[in-house]
Write a protein that binds this ligand. Sequence first.
Ligand SMILES: O=P(O)(O)OC[C@H]1O[C@](O)(CO)[C@@H](O)[C@@H]1O
Length: 447
Amino acid sequence: METINLNIEKALGKGAKEQLLSAAPKAEDAIKTLHKGNGKGNDFLGWLHLPSSISETELSDIEAAAKQLKDRCEIVVAIGIGGSYLGAKAVLEALSNTFIQMQTKQSAPLVLFAGQNIGEDYLYELQHILQNRQFGLINISKSGTTTEPALAFRLLKKQLEDQVGKNEAKNRIIAITDASKGALRKLADKEGYKTFIIPDNVGGRFSVLTPVGLLPIAVAGYDIRQLVKGAVAMENKCGENVPFTENPAAVYAATRNILYKAGKKIEILVNFNPKLHFFAEWWKQLYGESEGKDHLGIYPASVDFTTDLHSMGQWIQDGERTIFETVLSVKKMKYKVEIPADEENLDGLNFLAGKRVDEVNKMAELGTQIAHVDGGVPNLKIEIPEITEYYLGQLIYFFEKACGISGYILGVNPFDQPGVEAYKKNMFALLGKPGYEAETKAIKAKL
Ligand SMILES: O=P(O)(O)OC[C@H]1O[C@](O)(CO)[C@@H](O)[C@@H]1O
């Protein structure tokens, strides 16, 4: 099996080797701190050895629960937001047929998502689609108190109970939450739902390799063992005793911090494969919530190329020089589409006849890299042999490990997210939640 490969040749320019080597000690310290568990946020390091510590019993339990839903449901709605949503969404978007919702024959339930927004029309349309369908729910919330998923669950639980009765609904609802705390734990225990636990020491954005991500992925029919296997391979490749230059997570973390110090405040995660769109959304939460604090942190952005070359391409080529790119480059496509010759050649495309579509895409990728580097945009490249469970598992762990290292190099606590509370406090105050009387008064005075 191959491994994903990080290429930083086009990232640092002249003196790259020296720059990288002078950044090595900080990265090595960060790795030591992570592995000793004596740094900031050290009660949230459960992800570090998570892949290699998942047991056969845990995997079988997840697969059995997935089967229970598969046997009963044509649609399963995974309810959650942030880290309780994006990991599963990223993997499913990457692996699924892009037009899965149009397919009439499904070998596994269609996994839809809810609780990741408060869109009334979204929820109305989802409820409408679920009418008279055999559906089930996976309700995911680590805290068990997040408003968005709680609201979606209240609506969908009622609908399910109305459609199949309370007893059968219990066979179709699985809760993934804390072992003892939170409203969801209370509710699940009271109703007698099957539950999975999100370990205390694994933060939401690092939880894709727990049941949070694994259960929806297994329900959709994908091989969670391969996903975990890939993550284990990367856990070894980025291990504590791997020398700096051979540890891709350390090199990535060090490189992005060198660039940040040089004024590159925005990192754009680029894909040339639309299936990776949501992988970038997952990555944005991982890096945004981990590093964006104490008025520090690279702003994680993303684009889908070549689509966005026709919208954001101008800015990237010519705008303020505060950006760098990290390109997710997929080597091998799953399918083959050849461009046909055309006798009339009215579109002038006969020079491409006989080539595969991916050959055109690869030249677009190379051409873009050269143009952007020429335009002053440092370029990192992560080569992914192909989009499979195994390589996605590698990619997930690679980014998680690099995120921990990068956060420590930056000097922040990469494992908390205090800033997210501000909007919640205001929303509750505005909605008049009991207990928020003083905040309600204060916020109303601002209106
Ligand atoms: O799983 P929970 O507790 O519902 O949280 C969902 C998301 O909300 C946040 O806590 C932010 O409010 C994220 O860190 C997390 O991934």
